[in-house]
Design a protein around this ligand. Structure first.
Ligand code: ATP
Ligand code: MG
Length: 649
């Protein structure tokens, strides 16, 4: 939004559909409307009440210390053990036989792990880490496939106060080495490999190449998963020869609430990833309570979050949130189309999944594959559907509701970030009348607002910048090793308010709609136009499966809107079709939003967590060298797009 004089975002899209809360859920909901009232009367006190859902070895003396902003301290003086809260206390309460993980391997192998089994393994792993010289505060990099040992490794670190840094198992040697160096890690926990798209894919070889460059690494602990051939050196130890042989006795020591829990790098959608630091007490309080309320979790629910453990969603809503609530969940190793495109729905049917949490990128893919695939499975167990990661287009939301949720299960569109640690904006399933495409309501006790450039709240029906006005328990504490970058990135724009970098608007009822990243906003004839609204308009055309738009510099209008679309299966695109699409956007949103150019592409560039990387498309549209591509999922995609365009021009 650089050169703009007026920085409010245009509000072009009108969406009038709304769905009242499902009565069955509303009458028994864990959290009711009263929570909003309670939190607005005493925000910090509200979070203290939620913190008491956890086991504290020592109670805190001060709930929030905000005397040195933007460096927050929550539950000052309190001590707890995060792993104890996720495991021991459920076993001590007599729930040790409850299944923690229904694990599904990609090749079809499966394993159930109970809370007592998980606790035993975590104790053994904790003893092994201590034997290897890992102490509280040391950094451990975890580079693993989606197997139970990944969660064990994280919880073992948490148990002994070591700081884990999970690196997504698809990242390259460069990305892994960079993250090891940045954290100064002593140990890597990995596996020989994992299964992906029907084939074993190596992890240990990548670790070997990275460790060769990183002098801080003393040992590499390796889980055997695929049994593929691996090179072996003096730093290497097998998990089954160490952890599996270790003592299963381990007393969890309590750590300070502000003791670091983990470092996690952001997805890298907008540029170089940032090493986000989270601490134990506030983080666990918010992830635990948001899981309980946003998913209305009950003891007999079966929950499934399809994210990878390498992303924040996997940290907060596979490991810490669900496990601190003693949830039973599914963990799946592989891709949604292996060995067939109904794999997800087969898993939902097999385990009677009741709470499902996935991403818009997955939902759009399922739409592309066709309605008949989920229709073959019994999805009647589903009670609540979650979405996270990107704005969800209203058409994708409607498809999710109808074809997955049977027009019965409410959708919770949850907005949050690696930096926020836990959910910040979301409907509550027993309270909110949901609207397709909107995250709607700040979570109780979270001071989210939409403001104009000067920091003043916008009115209903107006767009602007999303901010958080007050500190929250699971907020990032800093960027690892770089307090200056922390201040500069999130606090320099307004000084006293956290700025996440996203645009948003309020509708006529005051509900919040996320409008995409401010870096991606397009400036057309003096108006700031959101990528999300134009993309949603394109996706609402029956021929379009997925769309990404960017502003490319234009001598007359400042920027012109250039759209990249993927058409639905069976659609033949032509000049006439593209003209129709342009008109469709103009009639939906107004002439100002009419794309200058629409290009049909086979794929869109995405991060490994599935988010569209518009900055690379902008580079293409403006015929520039591509920027940083290290977090790109598939580097061949950019060539496909560029080649396609060269042939047309
Ligand atoms: P980087 O900060 O390195 O560019 P990233 O922002 O993609 O990477 P994440 O922390 O994984 O890293 O993603 C958070 C971002 O995802 C949010 O700032 C927002 O742009 C987007 N997002 C997440 N959930 C939603 C949602 N429900 N609706 C709209 N946008 C969302
Ligand atoms: Mg970000």
């Amino acid at each position: 939004m650089a050169e703009s004089g007026q920085e409010t975002l245009a509000n072009l899209l009108t969406e009038t559909r709304a769905f009242p809360p499902n009565a069955d859920i509303a009458t028994q909901a864990n959290v009711t409307k009263a929570a909003y009232q309670e939190a607005s009367e005493d925000r910090v006190g509200f979070w203290e009440t939620q913190a008491k859902r956890l086991h504290w070895e020592t109670e805190w003396e001060q709930a929030l210390d905000w005397s040195n902003p933007p460096f927050a301290k929550w539950f000052v003086g309190g001590k707890l053990n995060v792993a104890y809260n996720c495991l021991d206390r459920h076993v001590e309460a007599g729930n040790g036989d409850r299944v923690a993980l229904h694990w599904e391997g990609e090749p079809g192998d499966s394993r159930d792990v109970t809370y007592s089994q998980l606790l035993t393994e975590v104790k053994q792993a904790a003893n092994t880490l201590t034997d290897l010289g890992i102490e509280a505060g040391d950094r451990v990099v975890i580079y693993m496939p989606m197997i139970p040992e990944a969660a064990v490794a994280m919880l073992a670190c948490a148990r002994i106060g070591a700081i884990h840094s999970v690196v997504f198992g698809g990242f390259s040697v460069d990305a892994l080495a960079g993250r090891i160096d940045d954290a100064g890690a002593k140990l890597v926990i990995t596996a020989d490999g994992g299964y992906r798209r029907g084939k074993p894919s190596g992890l240990k070889d990548t670790v070997d190449a990275a460790v060769e460059r990183c002098s801080s690494i003393e040992k590499v602990l390796v889980v055997r998963r695929t049994e593929q051939e691996v090179a072996w050196g003096d730093k290497d130890l097998w998990w089954h020869e160490t952890v599996a042989q270790a003592s299963a006795h381990h007393e969890a020591e309590a750590f300070d609430a502000e003791h670091p829990l983990f470092i996690l790098y952001t997805s890298g959608t907008t540029g170089r990833p940032k090493g986000i630091l989270h601490t134990g007490g506030g983080y666990l309080t918010q992830t635990s309570y948001t899981f309980h309320s946003v998913f209305d979790h009950k003891a007999d629910d079966v929950y499934w979050c399809t994210a990878d453990i390498g992303w924040v969603t996997g940290h907060s809503y596979i490991v810490y949130g669900p496990m601190s609530n003693g949830a039973t969940q599914v963990m799946y190793e592989g891709t949604p189309d292996t060995p067939h495109k109904g794999r997800f729905w087969e898993i939902v049917q097999k385990h009677k999944v009741s709470l499902l949490y996935t991403a818009p990128t997955a939902i759009r893919t399922f739409m592309k594959w066709g309605d008949d695939i989920p229709a073959e499975y019994d999805l009647s167990s589903l009670r609540i559907l979650g979405s996270v990661g990107e704005p969800i287009n209203p058409e994708a939301w409607m498809w999710y509701r109808e074809h997955i949720g049977g027009n019965r299960a409410p959708i919770v569109d949850t907005w949050w970030q690696t930096e926020t640690g836990g959910i910040m904006i979301s409907p509550l399933p027993g309270v909110t009348a949901t609207k397709p495409g909107s995250a709607q309501t700040p979570f109780p006790g979270i001071a989210v607002d939409v403001v104009d450039e000067s920091g003043k709240s916008v009115g209903n029906g107006e767009g602007g910048l999303l901010v958080v006005r007050e500190p929250w328990p699971s907020m990032l504490r800093t960027i690892w090793g770089d307090d200056e970058r922390y201040i500069e990135t999130y606090w320099s724009r307004f000084g006293h308010m956290y700025f996440p970098g996203d645009g948003a608007k309020r509708d006529e009822q005051g509900d919040i709609w996320l409008l995409g990243r401010v870096d991606d906003v397009m400036l057309v004839s003096g108006h700031n136009i959101s990528t999300t609204e134009v993309e949603s308009a394109l996706v609402s055309h029956p021929s379009v499966a997925e769309a990404a738009v960017v502003g490319a510099s234009d001598p007359i209008t400042g920027q012109g809107i250039v759209a990249f679309v993927i058409v639905r299966g069976g659609v033949e695109s032509s000049e006439e079709h593209l003209a129709q699409l342009r008109t469709h956007v103009a009639t939906t949103l107004g002439a100002i939003a009419k794309p200058r150019q629409i290009m049909v592409v086979p794929e869109l560039p995405k991060t490994r967590s599935g988010k569209i990387m518009r900055r690379l498309l902008r580079d293409v549209a403006e015929k520039r060298e591509l920027g940083d591509v290290t977090t790109l999922q598939d580097s061949a995609v950019m060539n496909l797009i560029k080649d396609g365009l060269d042939n047309k021009s």
